[in-house]
Ligand binder design. Sequence first.
Ligand SMILES: Cc1cc2nc3c(=O)[nH]c(=O)nc-3n(C[C@H](O)[C@H](O)[C@H](O)COP(=O)(O)OP(=O)(O)OC[C@H]3O[C@@H](n4cnc5c(N)ncnc54)[C@H](O)[C@@H]3O)c2cc1C
Length: 445
Amino acid sequence: MRRVVIIGGGLAGLSCAVRLAGAGRRVTVLEATKRGGGRTRSYPDSSFGRALDNGQHLMMGCYRETLAFLRTLGTTAGVRFQQNLAIQMVKPGGRRVKLSCPALPAPMHLVTGLLTMRGIGVLHKASALRAGLVLSGEVRRPDDNETCDAWLTRMGQTPAIRNAFWEPLIWAVLNDDPLVCSAAMFMAVLERAFMGTRDDSRLGVPCVPLSELYVEAASDYVRARGGELRFGEAARAITSARGRAGEVVLKSGETIAADAVVTAVPPRALLDLLPDPLADDPVFQDVRRLKTSPIVNLWCEVDRSPLGGAEMIGLVSSPLHWLFDRSVIERASPRDPVLLNCTISGARGCVEDTPAALRQLLLSELERYFPQRPVTIRRFRVIKEKRATISHAAGTYQWRPDIRSPLLGLYLAGDWVRTGLPATIESAVQSGHQVAAAILEDATR
Ligand SMILES: Cc1cc2nc3c(=O)[nH]c(=O)nc-3n(C[C@H](O)[C@H](O)[C@H](O)COP(=O)(O)OP(=O)(O)OC[C@H]3O[C@@H](n4cnc5c(N)ncnc54)[C@H](O)[C@@H]3O)c2cc1C
């Protein structure tokens, strides 16, 4: 039995641990925080009297690695998927734009959905359709140096269809401004979501707290197979001996010998762990160049929901991107308080704002978009994730490292490594599974 030490108990580390423990490996997960889960976690919040997620997370039907992970954990029922892709947006004043894809094979479901979109003029639908028709060619020639904005211009997309469809999608999946982010990363998402089966494009919303969905179930799974999860125990350094990763040194001073070491931490944390000469390797010099992009989540308890029964709705041309009615998502009793989430992606413009300013912004945008349904906020909490994901600025994919590092026995996992995907749950879990497969493969050599 060989010991694998995994540093980081987010989804990348946990999915790797689950795969390895399932294959009979001895696994130790070191996680700096008391609860784990990383950027996909829940907090008990005393003023709301319930758990709140660090941010509303969505999945898509094309999240194949994540779905496999959830099946292994037995928690698939914790995510509710749409029957077919449907997206509702609202314009200032309350008019809705609705995309509703019918039960046709892909990509005809999207083509028909775009053609029959409600709340948007025929010229704009025609421009979206044109892009839809050439999409299969576009996804085969992704250009990481082209921005999404340049791609939309090249596709001749009108301002109205950009505002009501493309841009909200880009902010949501790439967590950055279409003006800077990479068209190739967007193509990677479009290919997986729209070029496979119809089910791939369905949205899935967790209806239980994120820690219950992922962290607790994964921890139980690993422990039941003899693995160890050490929460609240940060790694300080990785040593190398005879050209291989050797020991992991904890902040407490303890050292753990390992046959293989997996880092499943964000870029900065990885750089701090590396033995000296390795940090100068060109692979890690590139890692140093990666920047991050924030997400701000506003949680509030309100007297009534402005969404009119919808689970989620996007705001066209607003600094606030999406609203989620958690009471509808969780099928809460009408006697329970109404819980809303507002998600602001690529939130550079407001991440330094005070809670009072953000509350005021939310109130004024609710008034602007839902003038018929005035809302009173009873409880309010802001959760800022300043380094929510790496920035997918055009031209930066080349800096993301491979899962096999230049040091033998050291493997890199995390949503930001070279998975071919933007930094998402799926990218994190895919990286964890790929690292597990590489360790098992390398052990047979
Ligand atoms: C607010 C928000 C909303 C999001 N929404 C979506 C969404 O809707 N859909 C989607 O697909 N993705 C979404 N994401 C992205 C998704 O959450 C991440 O891609 C994913 O959680 C990353 O997992 P990870 O394991 O790679 O990294 P992390 O979750 O960052 O895990 C790294 C772990 O390493 C630990 N660590 C760091 N240093 C050390 C050390 N020295 N020793 C031990 N442990 C250490 C950290 O404490 C952390 O637990 C969102 C992210 C945020 C922040």
